[in-house]
Design a protein around this ligand. Sequence first.
Ligand SMILES: C[S@@+](CC[C@H](N)C(=O)[O-])C[C@H]1O[C@@H](n2cnc3c(N)ncnc32)[C@H](O)[C@@H]1O
Length: 261
Amino acid sequence: MTVMTGHSATSGKASIFRIAGTMRVTMAVVLVAVFAISASAQDAATPAGAPADVFPQPDRPVADIISPIWHDENERDKAGEPQQLVGLLGIKPAMTVADIGAGSGYYVVRLSPIVGASGRVIAEDVVPEYLEDLRRRVRDLGLANVGIVRGEAHDPKLPVQSLDLAILVHMYHEIAQPYALLYNLVPALKPGARIGIVDAFAPTAQHGTPPDLLRCELQAVGYRQISLDRLAGSDAYLAIFAPPTVANRTPPGAIVPCKAQ
Ligand SMILES: C[S@@+](CC[C@H](N)C(=O)[O-])C[C@H]1O[C@@H](n2cnc3c(N)ncnc32)[C@H](O)[C@@H]1O
């Protein structure tokens, strides 16, 4: 048995501290490298969109952001809101769906099991506190296929060519820069992707969007409306649009803002 003398014990401790110090430095280098790699990967996958100031402002009121959720989750479940969206939008396993304006994650937690392990839900919002709460909810529920993205009012900052579908539920009327957001969303959509917008039959100042106004604003950027369905159990509709290609988007300077009727 080897008994350490005082000296060898001290030098033993010194070596342990040296090894621990070296490990800390190595860990720090690895972490910096990992962050650098993921930051550059993110930059490569998500180039900044066109800047806000090249787009026209909407020619109608924009509603204030007041809450991370539209209505009580139980009431929405009773009305079968998610099932109606899943059916009308054809949401299936393996799809990648962005929830733009995800708020507290009503759709995130319901779509995550539907798209499954080979699919993905990307929850995007512009309010950091909402995203922090959502991050906790996703972690506590162990939803491994959910990613969280902080966007800006003019740019959802979603990865290029990543989405089969983007949903914008009860939030369109709050988008401060709708023309810019719609334009900057296009590169994230795969060929054949759709966007589904749910909103109330009400003026934008009253937290809805009249369907004619919605269609006009989307057409102004180059989107084409495919369907409009009234949702059962609420005063809301689901409008589905096909996006333009990146090359066919209306250039920002040529976008003519729509007027509320
Ligand atoms: C009324 S909540 C609806 C949340 C959720 N979609 C739902 O159905 O319960 C509206 C959400 O849209 C977000 N929002 C507003 N403007 C936005 C924008 N330009 N881009 C992304 N999210 C936005 C708000 O922060 C808020 O979380």
